[in-house]
Structures are given as structure tokens and as C-alpha cells.
Design a binder for this molecule. Structure first.
Ligand code: NAD
Length: 488
């Protein structure tokens, strides 16, 4: 790994409207996963920095500089942020690919989704809400919605910009103030977003960003009594820790966690179509997608045909640096994550699964310093294997076999996760029967993967608590108050 720290982007924290470094501490190098080079340096924030950010957010909330302005005014700020994201779209997409490694087209799609998400919440916050109740002739009862207060927003590295926006946009729309912590692995586009928020004139203290490790600054945000809500996206293990820690101060907690999502293929489908969706379902984002279709369940009558066509498709995927034209799959995000994914491939082989394709790090054609892995396909797996049960979060798929609808449902629901699920069949009644049985928050019939700002995103079981996006995503950032008026 070369270390080009002299030319690296100098990142900062943003606290009470000021950009600042972490005093007296070494920075955290931010690495381009396509070539292993350091391209930015991140302040390693302290617990004291987190406390300063929380104090600023508390003060701004209590002063009402954001929560007490009209929904119309907040909406206008959100629309300006969306405009600026579009103005800087090209730069944001280039940085996202440098930071995370994803293919250029994926980065561009994330940037336009980010702008659309701000626009969606800019509109939604002006829609009618609340309820009135006719409880008695003496009392008029009603419900109003209010911001929760200071929100701690903690996000992962797989969609650095978009995961930030899924939380920041509804939190701001609802009138909250924010302490935001991006992933230490991919902090570059999150910082650009905060620069945009400053540029459009959001008052100081409303949005604060602290950077550093989860164990230190992330934990400090979760522990602090002045933080009213935690909205977290990341691994299930971290989510469990956060839920326990937040219990001490009874914060509202929303958790978007891991997945091991099934993609069920019945025999009555068009082979080319289901193979195409299967490939996209697992290899988009190099498999580093919480809702990845990492378990493909295929009916036994077409299993061999499916596997053969799937492997042929996997072979054709162009792997390389995300900024190279025509590349479909970029590297894994970090050396550490590369080791984790390669470790799971070894586990799969040791467990006795058949490695039908891939399984190796790619170290040819100029890719030797990046974290590239071949699209990897395991067959001949059993439900108890770790590669079937655990989230690998890389370009590794297991293809399972089933014979009946009942068996497909049992296998599909047979993990601790419940984020997403898909079914492919031309029998409409069966499609609905199967989807209704899925213990999953996001489901697809005859497609796999699309998501919309308008629809709720989140999981059942150990895939999480609460929802991002849609009206449900706004609800997370609002309290509900009952008001009773004496009419006598
Ligand atoms: P992670 O849990 O390691 O880290 C996520 C964030 O939490 C980072 O900012 C990290 O610094 C912080 N953190 C770590 N320990 C902490 C602690 N003790 N207290 C507070 N904060 C802490 O996850 P990751 O490796 O960055 O991301 C990958 C995971 O995210 C995968 O499991 C994936 O499925 C999940 N994910 C889920 C969704 C969803 O919508 N369900 C979306 C994207 C990613």
C-alpha cells in the first residue's frame, strides 16, 4: 500500500457551525479500495468532541432555531440541499467511487436518489397530519406531531452518502437537531453533504458531524443523556450493543441491520430473466448491500439448468476499479473486509459446499493493490452451514434447492435475519401466498432490489427495529402528543 498522505483530502468535524480537527490525535487514513492508496485523512474524534456536538445540538434544539420555524421554511432548506446535491453530482459520484469502490453508475444512482430523498421529505413535511377524536361532547381531543429533539445518526460504509441522507433528510424535515457520525471507512461524501448543508445556510448547531471510531465517538453519542433518539444502520452485532446501551437512558432507537435475503425461483419462470435478476441481486454493490439476494432458492426441476446459466453469467461480470468504463463490480471496501469475505469462502469449502465458481482474490491486470474478489458461487449447501446462515456481505452466493412451496418458505425463513425476500413465478396466487409468508420487511415479486424513497425500508427479526424512508421513516423522528381541550 502506498501512502500519499501529502496530497490527501483533509477532512474535518463540524461542530456548532465550525470545522475542526481532533486536537493532538493522529488522523485515520481513508483508503481507495481500488488501489490501496490513502486519499483522505479523517480526524479521530474524542468523547469530548462528541459531547461538544451534543451540547451544540441540544442548545440549538432548545433555542428553537430549527424546530420552531415553519414546515414551509424547513422544506425550502431541504429543496436547496437537493439542488446543491445535483449541482455537485459529478464530484459526489467520483468521490463515492473512490471512497467505497462501487461502480460509477451505482455511485451516480445513489447521488440522484439522495437529491430525490430530500425533495420527498421537503414535500411530506407539509402534508396534513395529526388526528382529532370525538371522545365526548365535553372534550375535543387531538394529536399533534413534534420533533423528538437531538437525534444521533450513525451510518455504515456501504452507501456512505445515501444512508446518511435516509436519516438526515427526515430528521431535519421533522424539526430535530442532529449529531451525525459517518463510517470511519467512508467519510468523504458525508462530509461533502455537511458542506452543502452549511452552504445553504442551515443555522449553526442544527447539524453537527463527529468523526472517528464507533467504539469511541459512536458509543459516546448512544450513551449520552441529552441525545433523545438513535437512528442506526450497520451490523446486527453493533445494533445489539447499541440497543443495550441506549436502554440506560430509554432513547427511541431505530436499527437497520444485516440480512441474508432469499430469492425464490419457481420452475414456471423464464430462465434468462431469473438468472439476470439473481446475478444483479447478489453482485450489485459487490454484494455489500444489506438486502442482497445472498441465498438463491431454486426449484429442483430447473436447479441444474439454473446453476449452469448463473455461473456462465457470473463469469461475464467485468470486475475492476469502479471508475473504469464498463466495470460492473468494484472491489470490497477494505483490507479488513476482504479478509472477512475470503475467510467465509474458506469456511464454505471446509463445510463441504461445492465451489461452483470463483472464490479467489483477483491479483492480475493491475488489480493487485485493490481488494478485488471474484463473483463466487456455492452449491450443494445444507441449511445449517455458516455460509447459508451468516451475512458474508460480499460477492458470495449460495444456491439452495427445494421441491415444494412449503419447503421453499421454510428454507427462506430459516435464518435469524428478515430484511428482504423475493419470489419469481408466473402463478400470481402462489406469488402472493409465498410473499405473505415471508418474515421480511422488504419483498419483491418477479423483480429483486428496487427501492423507493416513498416506501418503508427495514427488517423483521434480527434485521432491525423501525423503518427508514416513506411516511414511516418520518414517524421515527417525531413524537406524538395528545391534546385535550375542555369545551365547557
Ligand atoms: P458496523 O456496525 O461495523 O458500523 C456501522 C456504524 O456504526 C459505523 O459508523 C461505526 O463506526 C459505528 N459503530 C461501530 N461500533 C459502534 C458502537 N459500539 N457504538 C456506536 N456506533 C458504533 O457496520 P458496517 O460494517 O459499517 O456496515 C455493514 C453492515 O451494515 C452490514 O451488516 C449491513 O447489512 C448493514 N446495513 C444495513 C442496512 C439496512 O438498511 N438494514 C443498510 C446498509 C447496511
Amino acid at each position: 500500500m502506498s501512502n500519499s498522505t501529502t496530497t490527501a483530502i483533509d477532512l474535518k468535524m463540524y461542530i456548532n457551525g465550525e470545522w475542526k480537527a481532533a486536537e493532538g490525535r493522529p488522523t485515520i487514513p481513508v483508503i481507495n479500495p481500488a488501489n490501496g492508496e490513502v486519499f483522505a485523512q479523517l480526524p479521530q474524534g474524542t468523547v469530548a468532541d462528541a459531547k461538544d456536538a451534543i451540547a451544540a445540538a441540544r442548545q440549538a434544539f432548545d433555542a428553537g432555531v430549527w424546530s420552531d420555524i415553519s414546515a414551509q421554511e424547513r422544506s425550502e432548506y431541504l429543496l436547496k440541499i437537493a439542488d446543491k446535491i445535483e449541482e455537485y453530482a459529478e464530484e459526489l459520484a467520483v468521490l463515492e467511487t473512490m471512497d467505497n469502490g462501487k461502480a460509477a453508475g451505482e455511485s451516480s444512482a445513489d447521488v440522484s436518489d439522495a437529491a430525490a430523498c430530500f425533495r420527498y421529505y421537503a414535500g411530506l413535511i407539509k402534508a396534513p397530519d395529526g388526528q382529532t377524536y370525538h371522545v365526548s361532547t365535553d372534550i375535543q381531543a387531538m394529536v399533534v406531531r413534534e420533533p423528538v429533539g437531538v437525534c444521533g445518526l450513525i451510518v455504515p460504509w456501504n452507501f456512505p452518502l445515501l444512508m446518511s441522507v435516509w436519516k438526515i433528510a427526515p430528521a431535519l424535515a421533522a424539526g430535530n437537531t442532529i449529531v451525525f457520525k459517518p463510517s470511519e471507512v467512508t467519510p468523504v461524501t458525508p462530509q461533502k453533504l455537511i458542506e452543502i448543508i452549511e452552504e445553504v445556510g442551515v443555522p449553526a448547531g442544527v447539524v453537527n458531524m463527529v468523526t472517528g471510531t464507533g467504539a469511541e465517538v459512536g458509543n459516546a453519542i448512544v450513551e449520552h443523556a441529552d441525545v433523545d433518539l438513535i437512528s442506526f444502520t450497520g451490523g446486527t452485532k453493533t445494533g445489539k450493543h447499541i440497543m443495550k446501551t441506549a436502554a440506560d437512558t430509554i432513547k427511541k432507537v431505530s436499527l437497520e441491520l444485516g440480512g441474508k435475503s432469499p430469492n425464490i425461483i419457481f420452475e414456471d419462470t423464464d430462465l434468462d430473466t431469473v438468472v439476470e435478476y439473481g446475478l444483479g441481486g447478489i453482485f450489485y454493490g459487490t454484494g455489500q448491500v444489506c438486502s442482497a439476494g445472498s441465498r438463491i432458492l431454486v426449484q429442483d426441476t430447473i436447479y441444474d439448468q439454473y446453476v449452469e446459466a448463473f455461473v456462465e453469467g457470473a463469469k461475464k461480470i467485468k470486475v475492476g476499479p469502479g471508475n473504469v468504463e464498463g466495470v460492473e463490480m468494484g472491489p470490497l471496501v477494505s483490507q479488513q473486509h476482504l479478509e472477512k469475505v475470503l475467510g467465509y469462502i474458506e469456511i464454505g469449502k471446509e463445510e463441504g459446499a461445492t465451489l461452483a465458481y470463483g472464490g479467489n482474490r483477483i491479483k492480475t491486470d493491475g488489480l493487485e493493490n485493490g481488494y478485488f474478489v471474484e463473483p463466487t458461487v456455492f452449491t450443494n449447501v445444507t441449511p445449517d452451514m455458516r455460509i447459508v446462515q451468516e451475512e458474508i456481505f460480499g460477492p458470495v452466493v449460495v444456491i439452495q434447492k427445494f421441491s415444494t412451496e412449503e419447503e421453499a418458505i421454510a428454507l427462506a425463513n430459516g435464518t435469524v435475519y428478515g430484511l428482504a425476500a423475493g419470489v419469481f413465478t408466473t402463478d400470481g396466487a402462489r406469488a402472493m401466498r409465498v410473499i405473505r409468508k415471508m418474515k421480511a420487511g422488504i419483498t419483491w415479486i418477479n423483480t429483486f432490489g428496487p427501492t423507493f424513497n416513498e416506501a418503508p425500508w427495514g427488517g423483521y427479526k434480527q434485521s432491525g427495529v423501525g423503518r427508514n424512508l416513506g411516511t414511516f421513516g418520518l414517524d421515527e423522528f417525531q413524537e406524538v402528543k395528545q391534546i385535550n381541550i375542555n369545551l365547557q
